[in-house]
Design a protein around this ligand. Structure first.
Ligand code: NAD
Length: 360
C-alpha cells in the first residue's frame, strides 16, 4: 500500500554518494528536523512513527504534513512491528538508520514504566534485529541522552565518565540501550553511533519540556513551577539548539562506516562510537525564564518549589571535544538567540495554525 510513496521518498536527488536513511520517530521534534535536513541536501529519506499520545498528536500531524510538503513520507507504525520493518527493507535499500523513536520524558515514567520498556528497550532490540538481518546491513546512528550521566557530579560530562547512577527510568533505558548497542556491534558487526543529546530546544519542539510549557503558561498568565535541587540550588541545563543537534546527527551519518556483518554474521570489527552533543554552557532555569519573559514581553508568575523532584539531576554540562574532533561538531547558537527563534515559531504556530504558515 505504501510501497510507491516509500520508493518516491527514498529517491536521492544528489549524485555524490547519497544515503537512503530510515528515520524513526520522524514525526517527533528532532526527527522532523533531521529528516528535512537530509532531504534538503538530496538524500533519500523515509520516516516511521507511531504517533503516540505522549503529547499533542496534532503537533506530530502538523510536522508530518510539513515533511510531506518537502517530499518525506512518514509511515505510521511502531518500531516493534518486525513484519513492517522487514518489508520496508525489502522495498528499498536502506543505507543508514537514524533512530530517534523513543519514549521521552523523565516524570511520565513514574506512571507509565511499560511505555519506556516497549519503545526504548524492546523497540531498540527489534530495530537492531532487523538491521542485523538486512543484507547489506545499514549503519545506525541513534539517540541516547545526557541523562545517562545521572547523579555524576564531575563536570563537564565526558563520554568516559561514569554512567551507573541513572536518576530516572528514562535514563536507565537509555543506558541499557548503550549496552545493547555494544552487544549488537560486538556479535553482529553492526556499525553503531550513539549520541547523547543535551536538552534540545527550538521550533517544532516538545510541549512536555520546560521551555515550551513555560511559554504556554506565561502567555496564559498561569503560574509556573520552578523546581530547585538540593540546598535550594537552581537547576541548570546545557540547553542545545536544534540546528546544532541536526548538524551533529548529519555529521554522524556522514562519518559512519559501513557495518561489517552480512545476513546476521559479523565478518570483521565494526565501528562503535558514542558522542556528547551539547552546547557546553549550562544556564539556570530562572535565567531561561528571564529570556522567555524578554521575548514574550510578559512577566512570568514564578512559583519557586524548594523541594527537589524525583528524576531531576542538579545540572548537565557537556564536554564535546570528541564530537568536535571526529564530527567537526561546533555548537554555535546561544540560548538567547535560540529562544528568540523558538518564541517566534511558537507565536506563529499557535495563532496561525489553521493556515500552517511555514518558517523554514
Ligand atoms: P519526540 O517525543 O518528539 O520524538 C520521538 C518520536 O518517536 C515521537 O513522535 C513518537 O511518536 C515516536 N515514537 C515513540 N515510540 C515509538 C515507537 N515504539 N514506534 C514508533 N515511533 C515511536 O522526542 P524528541 O525530543 O524528538 O527526541 C528524539 C530522540 O532524542 C529520543 O530518542 C529522545 O529520547 C532523545 N533525546 C531527546 C532530548 C531532547 O531534549 N529533545 C534529549 C536527550 C535525548
Amino acid at each position: 500500500m505504501w510501497e510507491k510513496q516509500v520508493r518516491q521518498s527514498c529517491l536521492p536527488t544528489r549524485g555524490d554518494n547519497p544515503m537512503v536513511v530510515l528515520v524513526t520517530g520522524a514525526a517527533g521534534f528532532v526527527g522532523t528536523h533531521v529528516s528535512l535536513a537530509l532531504k534538503k541536501r538530496g538524500d533519500g529519506v523515509v520516516g516511521i512513527d507511531n504517533f503516540n499520545s505522549y503529547y499533542e498528536i496534532s503537533l506530530k500531524r502538523a510536522r508530518q504534513e510539513h515533511l510531506a510538503k518537502h517530499g518525506v513520507f512518514v509511515i505510521e507504525a511502531d518500531i516493534n512491528n518486525a513484519l513492517l520493518l522487514k518489508s520496508l527493507f525489502e522495498v528499498v535499500q536502506i543505507t543508514h538508520v537514524m533512530h530517534l523513536a523513543a519514549q521521552a520524558g523523565v516524570r511520565y515514567a513514574m506512571e507509565n514504566p511499560g511505555s519506556y520498556v516497549h519503545s526504548n528497550i524492546a523497540g531498540l532490540v527489534n530495530l537492531f534485529e532487523i538491521c542485523k538481518a538486512a543484507n547489506p546491513q545499514p549503519a545506525i546512528v541513534w539517540a541516547s541522552s545526557s541523562s545517562v550521566y545521572g547523579l555524576n557530579t564531575k563536570v563537564p560530562f565526558s563520554e568516559m565518565d561514569r554512567t551507573d547512577q541513572p536518576a530516572s527510568l528514562y535514563a536507565a533505558t537509555k543506558k541499557a540501550g548503550e549496552e545493547i548497542a555494544h552487544t549488537y556491534n560486538h556479535i553482529y558487526g553492526l556499525s553503531i553511533t550513539g549520541l547523547r543529546f543535551f536538552t534540545v530546544y527550538g521550533p517544532w519542539g516538545r510541549p512536555d519540556m520546560a521551555y515550551f510549557s513555560f511559554t504556554r503558561d506565561i502567555l496564559k498568565g498561569k503560574p509556573i513551577n520552578i523546581y530547585q535541587g538540593a540546598n535550594n540550588k537552581d537547576l541548570a541545563r546545557d540547553f542545545t539548539y536544534i540546528d546544532d543537534i541536526v548538524k551533529g546527527c548529519v555529521a554522524s551519518l556522514d562519518t559512519a562506516e559501513r557495518s561489517t556483518g552480512s545476513g546476521g554474521k559479523k565478518t570483521g570489527p565494526a565501528q562503535l562510537r558514542i558522542f556528547n552533543l551539547g552546547n557546553t554552557s549550562p544556564v539556570t532555569v530562572p535565567t531561561l525564564v528571564d529570556i522567555l519573559e524578554k521575548y514574550l514581553n510578559m512577566k512570568a508568575i514564578r512559583n519557586i518549589v524548594k523541594m527537589p523532584r524525583n528524576g531531576d539531576v542538579p545540572f548537565t554540562h557537556a564536554n564535546v571535544s570528541s564530537a568536535q574532533t571526529q564530527l567537526n561538531y561546533k555548537p554555535i547558537t546561544d540560548l538567547d538567540t535560540g529562544l528568540k527563534k523558538f518564541v517566534k515559531w511558537y507565536l506563529s504556530y499557535y495563532e496561525l495554525v489553521s493556515t500552517r504558515v511555514s518558517f523554514w
